[in-house]
Design a protein around this ligand. Sequence first.
Ligand SMILES: [Zn+2]
Length: 122
Amino acid sequence: MRDQEWLNAALTALDLVYFDGALSEDDVKVKWWPFKVSRGIVIYGDYCQKQIRINRVLADPTVPTFVTIGTLFHETLHHVIGLEHDLTFSFAEAQYVHCTRAALWEREHFNRIVYMHQQGKK
Ligand SMILES: [Zn+2]
C-alpha cells in the first residue's frame, strides 16, 4: 500500500541513489495531497520550501510505481536545482532510470488520470 511510510521510503531511496543523502540532510519532506484537476490540467506534484506534495491519485495501485516515483524525482530536483524547467533541469530529469517510460505512461493514460480525480479515487 502506498501510504505515508511508502512515500518516505521512496524519498529515502531516491536520496541514496541520486543525491548522496543531501535531501535528508536538508530535511526535505514529502506528503500525499488531494490536488484537483483544473481546466484539464493535472498537477502530479509540487515543491515549496523543502516540502514536496504528490498527487494522491498516484497512490493508486493501478498507477505504475515508476510513474509515482518519477513524479517524486521531478519534485526533488526542484529542491536541488531550482524551480525553473530549464535545460539543466531536463538533463537532470533524464537521469531517472524510467524517465521516458514514465512520460509515455502519463501521456497514454491522461484521460484515466483525469477520470480517477473525478471518481475521488485515492
Ligand atoms: Zn516541475
